[in-house]
Write a protein that binds this ligand. Sequence first.
Ligand SMILES: NC(=O)c1ccc[n+]([C@@H]2O[C@H](COP(=O)([O-])OP(=O)(O)OC[C@H]3O[C@@H](n4cnc5c(N)ncnc54)[C@H](OP(=O)(O)O)[C@@H]3O)[C@@H](O)[C@H]2O)c1
Length: 381
Amino acid sequence: MAIFITGATGFIGSYVVAELLREHQERLALLVRARSIEEAEKRLWMPLQLHLDFERFIDLMKSRVDVYLGDLTRPQLGLCPSDRARLIDSTESVIHLGAALNRRSDKVCFNVNLRGTLEVIKLARSAHEDHGLRRFSSVSTSAVCGERRCELIAEAQSVDWRLEDYDPYARTKKFGELMVSELLPDVSTIVFRPSTVMGDSRFAETIEFDMVRAFVVLAHLPVLPLDPKARHDIVPVDFVARSIATIHQREKPKYDIYHLSAGRDSLSYQEMIDAMRIKGFRIPHLFVPRLGRQASAIVNYLATTPKNWGVSLPATLLKMFWPYLIFDTVFDNQRVKEEMGESPTPFSEYAYRLLQFAVKHNFSYPYKPWPETTISKREDG
Ligand SMILES: NC(=O)c1ccc[n+]([C@@H]2O[C@H](COP(=O)([O-])OP(=O)(O)OC[C@H]3O[C@@H](n4cnc5c(N)ncnc54)[C@H](OP(=O)(O)O)[C@@H]3O)[C@@H](O)[C@H]2O)c1
């Protein structure tokens, strides 16, 4: 039997896979978008090299991992009938992390986050009816809280269908949560809602740069169009992945929804800048919150400039994340702290080294290629 996982090639998914392989014993069945098993393994090696050396990776792929070639947006997850039957037969639980985080496209979010989630639920239902599913864990987002300002939100108060959503991503993730609870009423379900997941509290390296890039751009602006007292709920990926893996595996977790967040310990922008300054960051900052509207107009304009000007990508990311940067809303994390017996490391402790790593490597991880010798061995054999 195996834990069926979607989104294993992604930022959080690869951490969850690494955590399960390191700290738990179950087999893992991974849905990967690829044309062949070889291509799927190469895709998995990219994010997993942050956690494993190549020999260990190959060893685990053979001994603990089953790869399924598929796509969330295809009927029956794009699985061939024999793979689908084998997967249903062997699935003991599900962790659904696969998603489109594209905040601008209704179509992509609709297809991946709604149709894809429905397909994963259908597979889970078949497994449940066949032999009983131990658990279905769904990774959602704190953005399901909708447009609010200056609040501390507890899990039970997050979803209010009367509120506007930030974007198609938040809207489809919110409906995804509803599908899970409505269509799997007889299964143990857990919803995990991470806040902004950025960096690893243990080391500087990261493989995810979208939010980091927005953060670095802001950190280098001498005039910040933000309220210095506004907080941003940022949580490190190692805490998020450890919580998902541990709670998913726990026999009787106390709750069925968990915020994976910094909660009351979230830092304000002033506190973030002060913490980085203590570590050596030298750029002076002036907070001018009343410039927010003008800044938003400038960012919108810069996002439309030609790519070779070099500002459209950071501007597009800033535009996309703007509502998340100014909403000053944080997510109560008492439940996860109680369940895990630990708190996430504050962003102040690792923000500066994350910034330095991102700038030094020009916002990309220095991936090691798949060793040539192994490719030729495969081709030979
Ligand atoms: N990152 C954050 O700050 C954050 C915050 C809150 C919640 N979350 C939630 O955490 C989960 C993981 O997010 P992430 O940051 O790890 O995102 P990510 O790095 O973009 O990873 C997304 C994963 O979903 C897979 N996927 C997307 N479309 C697919 C499709 N059509 N078929 C199969 N797989 C598909 C991707 O596969 P490919 O590699 O093939 O594209 C990838 O493995 C999501 O559910 C997200 O909503 C993230």
